[in-house]
Write a protein that binds this ligand. Sequence first.
Ligand SMILES: Nc1ncnc2c1ncn2[C@@H]1O[C@H](COP(=O)(O)OP(=O)(O)OP(=O)(O)O)[C@@H](O)[C@H]1O
Length: 211
Amino acid sequence: MLTLQSVFIESPTGVLINALTETINQGECLVLMGPSGIGKSSLLGYVSGTLPKALKGRGEVWLQNNRIDHLSAEQRHLGLLQQSPLLFPHMTVEENLLFALDQKAPKAERRRIVNVKLSEIGLPGYGNRLPQELSGGQQARLALLRTLLSNPRALLLDEPFSKLDQTLRQEMRALVGQCLKEANIPAILVTHDVDDANALGNRIIELKSDS
Ligand SMILES: Nc1ncnc2c1ncn2[C@@H]1O[C@H](COP(=O)(O)OP(=O)(O)OP(=O)(O)O)[C@@H](O)[C@H]1O
């Protein structure tokens, strides 16, 4: 369960998020919508510990009975998926994925898991390619897989499909839905797209300038 308790975010020009309190249960996806600049990405930044320094956030964030808002981003065990797949360009697909797995596990075991997972997402044998040798849709699937391989305790999705065409968008929505169901973790999805919201959201919040 992910709980936000009285979260405020302020920019130099005013209040973005004003006392937001929400609880997202295991397996539930909360969708955040609202006009550009209202503070949707900033809220994900506050939850994930990556809020830009120019913005000030306060309020409690709880994940499975642990308060995490004072922890570093790495210690929060959250998965963040954004519109630009954050793959390391100089690393192969396999290296990108190995990086996400627990480094304490033997490398042979990590490689085995990576290859099984690549097959599961329809990219068998792609381990030696570089990210730029993949299509946008393949990179999107890979970025999702990389995020999930670190076994996050909650998933934050910041307009993850906005660069994809309609067909790929539908495929990715289905894949994310399936992954969320399997992982059974809380998720927050930021999107401008009503179809994304309806396909994945259990609940939709429209942020307004006075919220
Ligand atoms: N690094 C920063 N420094 C100063 N202001 C920032 C910074 N990042 C974001 N902001 C401001 O914070 C406000 C909220 O930005 P944010 O990206 O959270 O909005 P958003 O609702 O996600 O918008 P969009 O739908 O366009 O992605 C904006 O007014 C933006 O200009």
